[in-house]
Design a protein around this ligand. Sequence first.
Ligand code: GDP
Ligand code: MG
Length: 163
Amino acid sequence: MANIVAIVGRPNVGKSTFFNRMVERRQAIMDNESGVTRDRHYGYAEWVGKHFTVIDTGGYVTGSEDVFEGAIREQVEEAMNEASVILFMADCHDGLTDLDKDFAKVVRGLKKPVMVVANKADTAEWSYNSAEFYGLGLGDVFPISSASGSGTGELLDEVVKHF
Ligand code: GDP
Ligand code: MG
């Protein structure tokens, strides 16, 4: 199975910022049958000699009839199905929200390795706050700052153990 990491989580937690920091080469996936470029962001990353694909996803919003949100939801579900490891990202500044909890239910049902990433832990104080994400019941929480890169090394060390 290919090494694929999907970054999921509600909008604005910093998924794309982390993706951009992590990937060194981007790929616009072409759908062979239709020739249409799929609207999903794939990138290649390497850590301690291990290579893997990273998928950035849109936000996941539950309970909405909106067509656009439906498309995002579909995209995220597809990314989660493809992934060998899921990074569930939350935001230390906002703390644990209802949307995070709804999302966690979906992720838990997938029975794949999940790491909870508490982003925006820019300082030791914010990092301390990230403990509340243990309440999601998804497993270990990794405080990081996608802005500065702090904590990302420890996270990636754990990610590549799955490959
Ligand atoms: P996405 O919707 O989950 O992809 O989130 P984005 O990557 O677009 O980021 C949303 C906002 O959070 C932007 O204004 C980012 O600059 C900000 N952001 C992302 N990572 C960090 C971080 O580590 N620390 C802080 N303070 N802000 C961040
Ligand atoms: Mg984004």
